[in-house]
Design a binder for this molecule. Sequence first.
Ligand code: ZN
Length: 332
Amino acid sequence: MNIHRLKRKLRRGGRRLIRRFNKRLRRRRKHRHNSKRRELISDELRERLSYSKLFYVVYVVAVSLLCIIMSQFSPNSSFKKWYYELTHKETVNKGVAREENVKEVDANVGRFLTKYRYRKFGPTNPEEIDPNAPMIAFTFDDGPSANSTKRILAALEANYCHATFFVVGRQTEQFPEELQAILAQGSEIGNHTADHKKLTDLSEDDMRQQLEGVDKSVEKATGERTTVIRPPYGAYDERVLGLLDKPVVLWDVDSEDWDSRNAQMVLDKVLSNVKDGDIVLMHDIYDSTAEAVELLLPKLKEQGFQVVSVSEMAKYKGKELELGKAYGKIEP
Ligand code: ZN
């Protein structure tokens, strides 16, 4: 054997061995690198998943809270009923007591919501009156007149309120545009007789004439007839009630605006006496009354009152104004 050939063979074998070893080393490094990468990715994924779980929980809680809050805006919320039953277990089976309590709770919630709404979103839309919140009816007699009626209508409009105007004959002929403005604003026109006469002193024929005269001029101006009657001086008896063809509306809060002719006094008189279901008597023939109304409406709102017309109040309180009856207020 040639010694040189042997040396060459050994060298070649050694190189082959080294190459093989290097190959294996490379493969092993690659594998280690890949598994490290895999670990990194799964860590990130796990972190992301745990974050999305947290977000999901927060989301569900937030949506549930939102639903509960929104349900409070519905007057017949089942959540409110459920909560009431939960907190008043002992009265649940005492029918009458519960009914009364529910009314009280609803009135309180309504009052709170009305206040909240006014504070957060400004005045409410009259289409969205809350039947559970306290409301009062404003009534104005002896108009319409040149200045006061328009000012009062503007104040009602600005505060999303309505009222009932009991008009008299001679004024209706003089101010047809004011009559149209009353209906256009969403308020109501009532009959207060043609010549402001005591109905109890009149014969049946005279009474009919007094009321028909007003209805005719209102119809001429607006195309509609009056819906309610207020007898002048609040004077009526069984005979009068039996003959009238519309419900009779009186009042239980007298602003005495005709006497004081002072806006601040009218304001104090109304604010200190008014409660849910009241009908307030005023006159849209004095500037002092118009001023009082401009101040009163925002104040009443702050206190949670909704100011509406008499027929609206009856409607929202679920009462039908009946013929042959006189209403000084509308009981809830
Ligand atoms: Zn009058």
